[in-house]
Design a protein around this ligand. Structure first.
Ligand SMILES: [Zn+2]
Length: 359
């Protein structure tokens, strides 16, 4: 099931919109109608939300295009009702680069606010700076967008993960400290702030409670992600390769593959054709293939092609990145055409939990 659909592409980065965002539009339209009963007002409110989210998209592009300068690719940008998210392949590791990537987003909002301010200042119309009350009128549109951009910049600069401020804070700390230590401190400060938000929210505004909980959970996740990366840094693909595995044949039928699925603990399989690895067949693809074509379809028709053979000396972190980028849970390991074994994401997880207990 796809939860997001594409709005288009700019500079090679696709922009998606999550379906819950449409619920937000519906809700905004409906409440504008209830309060005013006027179609113009509904259109104006929707236009305001669209303009608002355009600012969010520009903010995310601020991150993405800065990251590109440092060789980090952004896969896509998705709009959620609570904001945008740019999926980058990784964060640049040098603190200075991470700092610039993180700060670029809020700076975009500052720039938009500055442009709006200049426009209002020099325009003959008299604008009153102040937030719109229950809904935006035409005169309030620009002043409200101005204020919201300032708020967006300030909110994102809160020094807590996953806000940009958390990354900026971590980057500043890592200029002096080791990165894992810096992440831990930044995460702790973020969680401390999050608890503050929840307490404040209980008295003043329920939204702060949600934001606090969200920040608290994200900060923890960021810290453990960093530990995982640190743990894996010492290992190469050769350390984690599995040599016992089932190999499927491209010209066999899906029923053979299903047999293999039932006969073992393996979920995803490598597929060979005349001695060479030609694809990967995952459990999900098997089930989808079964539903679409039935069990007599050939494996080569439903497998994923274009798998890369990982050299054993490759760092596990690099391998993980390839797997994530391609959305493949397993990849073959070997030299050229000679196959040594398979790297399996489940196995890496298992390995990490053993490391954790052994620590
Ligand atoms: Zn941002």
């Amino acid at each position: 099931m796809k939860w997001s659909f594409s709005l288009g592409e700019f500079r090679g980065i696709k922009v998606y919109i999550h379906w819950t965002f449409l619920l937000l539009l519906l809700w905004i339209g409906f409440s504008a109608y209830q309060k005013s009963g006027d179609w113009n007002q509904i259109l104006l409110s929707l236009g305001y939300i669209v303009a608002l989210f355009l600012c969010v998209v520009l903010h995310e592009f601020g991150h993405a295009l800065t990251a590109r300068r440092f060789g980090v690719k952004t896969r896509d940008i998705t709009l959620f009702p609570i904001g945008g998210m740019a999926r980058m392949d990784k964060m640049p590791e040098s603190p200075k680069e991470e700092l610039l990537v993180a700060i670029a987003g809020p700076l975009v909002n500052v720039a938009i606010a500055a442009i709006l301010f200049a426009y209002m200042y020099f325009s003959p119309t008299l604008y009153k700076i102040g937030a719109a009350q229950s809904f935006v009128t035409a005169e309030q549109m620009l002043p409200t967008l101005f204020l919201v951009n300032i708020l967006m910049a300030v909110f994102n600069l809160i020094p807590a993960f996953p806000m940009d401020g958390g990354r900026i804070f971590r980057a500043l700390l890592s200029m002096r400290l080791e990165r894992t230590r810096a992440t831990q401190i930044a995460a702790n400060v973020g969680q401390f702030l999050a608890i503050g938000f929840v307490l404040l929210g209980l008295f003043y505004n329920i939204w702060l409670v949600f934001i606090g909980i969200f920040i608290y959970l994200s900060a923890g996740a960021e810290a453990s992600q960093e530990y995982i990366e640190k743990d894996l840094k010492r290992f190469t693909v050769a350390n984690l390769v599995m040599t016992k595995f089932t190999l499927l044949v491209a010209s066999d039928t899906l029923s053979t593959a299903l047999r293999a699925l039932l006969d073992s603990h393996e979920r995803d399989f490598l597929v060979e054709d005349q001695g060479a690895i030609v694809g990967v067949l995952t459990r999900d693809e098997m089930l989808l293939g079964l539903k679409t074509f039935g069990q007599n379809v050939l494996i080569e028709k439903i497998m994923r092609r274009g798998v890369e053979i990982l050299p054993p000396q490759m760092p596990v972190l690099d391998a993980l990145q390839i797997m994530r980028a391609k959305g493949l849970p397993i990849l073959p390991v070997g030299y050229g055409k000679s196959l040594l074994g398979v790297l399996d994401i489940e196995n890496i997880r298992e390995f990490l939990s053993i490391q954790n207990v052994a620590r």
